[in-house]
Design a protein around this ligand. Structure first.
Ligand SMILES: [Zn+2]
Length: 66
């Protein structure tokens, strides 16, 4: 079985004490999920460029066996 690469975002890396993680096929998709999570769970209706950049830096590729 070939390994599939996913983009993984762990909120723990961005916020303290939050167990949210999201896996997506692309960085953009992971970013979308991260944004939605920030809005609903962390009350961040507006995400600043700085936060966005910081989230993007924390999205990393992981290999998953399918
Ligand atoms: Zn979170």
């Amino acid at each position: 079985m070939p390994d599939v690469e996913y983009m993984l975002f762990c909120c723990r890396d961005q916020e303290h004490k939050c167990g949210f993680r999201v896996q997506a096929k692309t960085k953009e998709e992971a970013m979308e999920h991260a944004r939605a999570h920030m809005a609903s769970e962390h009350g961040m209706k507006e995400i600043s460029e700085e936060t966005e950049r910081s989230i993007k830096e924390k999205i990393k590729p992981v290999k998953v066996e399918e």
